[in-house]
Design a protein around this ligand. Structure first.
Ligand code: HAM
Length: 419
């Protein structure tokens, strides 16, 4: 877990601004969800054999004895909220977006933190692949608009429970024949969660799976048509994609479409398996029913904001920075300090950014700060000016000073700034 200091904030603000704008432009509404949910919600949704559930959740018991966890992701919470608030009565599809921190107890390294931030969108209540395409389009658009060009979408279909069962049997049959070549972890997964072997980062397991049967070759008719239509929509949208049969994702709730976003530029080229995805998502048509809701198809994506910021920095993306104040307000003496507080407020209300150093007493040290900030004008309010109802306006470039009536100072400053 780490601090995000002020100098990094312009990147974060840009990421938040762009992602929220795209979401609202596409008709999504914001939801804020609790950071803590019952552990059970995540275990049931994400799947007990996954790394997130087996190794990465921050779980604890409350004083009331309930088992709860810090959210490792948002989709399970969104599905819970959808059911709990009876959103099935709303016009379909229901389009929701969210942003906030997530927690996974992983080995920290660049691009992988224990506290990280996600932005995501979920569209609930439609099964047409056009929505899968639109969800991919949104994620891609956000990344692109942040100045991360050359984004590629890796896409696959893992089918529905029916075709996945057949595929799983084929895969197990193949992997059993290569068992000796697998790492210890994957040998264990062969019995518990064989699909996860496709996701292993060990070189020898990567070797084994190059000839493994691929899920997209074993889809049922419905899933194959869904996937084919999705690819046609992506082509229509001009979104560059790559079929990636090794894409298994780290969560069990997916059905049919799965995808991840990668940047071709700026990431290390040591092979896709070592590259971090900027985001990912997919369809999860069974999740809401499995959690006790009606049979409701859904699809969504989540972006890793920390990784977007890293990528923007690597690529040297220019971000919007707040302008520096052009006015400094200096004061001398207690009475003047009190008046300065009021004057600061009048300027701030008029939309004029003012720097100050009210904690300092000496005029010399305040003028030094004004000089360092490079302001154009310094307003000086001493004991005499405070009593007279005036303010000294000093032009920092020429050093010229004028005495201005305190009631007219806002207008005078505005005039000066226009020049
Ligand atoms: P995910 O792939 O687990 O999917 O996470 C989405 C993104 O979060 C990743 O692509 C990555 O950018 C970022 N991320 C994940 N773990 C970390 C970490 N330890 N440090 C930094 N960034 C990280 C989900 O969470 C799904 N809920 C996405 C989704 C939404 N599927 C359907 N709807």
């Amino acid at each position: 877990m780490r601090d995000i200091l002020p100098q990094e904030q312009p990147y974060w603000q840009q990421v938040r601004r762009v992602s929220e704008k795209v979401a609202t432009d596409f008709g999504y509404q914001r939801v804020d969800l609790p950071l803590v949910e019952f552990t059970n919600l995540f275990t049931r949704s994400i799947g007990s054999g996954t790394d997130i559930i087996e190794k990465e959740m921050y779980s604890f018991s409350t004083k009331g004895g309930e088992r709860v966890s810090l959210r490792p992701e948002f989709t399970a919470g969104v599905a819970r909220a959808y059911i709990q608030h009876g959103m099935h009565i709303l016009p379909r599809p229901v389009k929701l977006y969210y942003t906030g921190s997530c927690y996974r107890y992983d080995r920290p390294q660049e691009g992988r933190w224990r506290e990280f931030y996600q932005f995501g969108c979920e569209v609930i209540g439609e099964q047409n692949p056009v929505l899968d395409a639109q969800i991919i389009q949104m994620g891609w658009r956000i990344i692109h608009q942040l100045g991360i060009r050359n984004v590629k979408v890796h896409v696959s279909s893992i089918g529905c429970p029916a075709c996945r069962k057949n595929y799983r049997n084929l895969l197990v049959h193949y992997l059993e024949s290569k068992k000796q070549k697998l790492c210890i972890d994957c040998k264990r997964k062969l019995d518990t969660n064989p699909l996860r072997i496709l996701d292993c980062k060990e070189d020898k397991c990567i070797q084994v799976r190059t000839n493994a049967p691929q899920s997209i070759d074993h889809l049922c008719d419905e899933c194959r048509i869904h996937f084919k239509e999705l690819l046609e929509y992506l082509e229509e949208l001009g979104i560059p994609f790559e079929l990636d049969s090794a894409l298994v994702r780290g969560l069990d709730y997916y059905t049919k479409t799965v995808f991840e976003f990668f940047s071709a530029l700026g990431s290390d080229d040591s092979g896709k398996s070592k590259r971090n995805a900027l985001g990912g998502g997919g369809r999860y048509d069974q999740l809401i029913k499995m959690l006790g809701g009606e049979d409701t198809p859904a699809v969504g994506f989540g972006l890793g904001l920390d990784r977007l910021v890293i990528e923007m920095k690597k690529l040297g993306v220019r971000v919007h920075k707040e302008p520096n104040p052009r006015i400094f307000l200096a004061q001398l003496g207690n009475f003047a300090k009190r008046k300065s507080l009021r004057l600061f407020e009048s300027l701030e209300r008029a939309g004029i950014m003012v720097a100050e150093s009210f904690g300092r007493g000496s005029l010399k040290s305040q003028m030094k700060i004004a000089g360092r900030l490079g302001v154009e004008v310094t307003l000086i309010l001493g004991q005499k000016e405070a009593l007279d109802g005036t303010v000294i306006m000093k032009d920092m470039a020429s050093g010229n000073q004028e005495i201005i009536d305190a009631g007219k100072i806002v207008d005078e400053v505005k005039k000066r700034l226009k020049k």
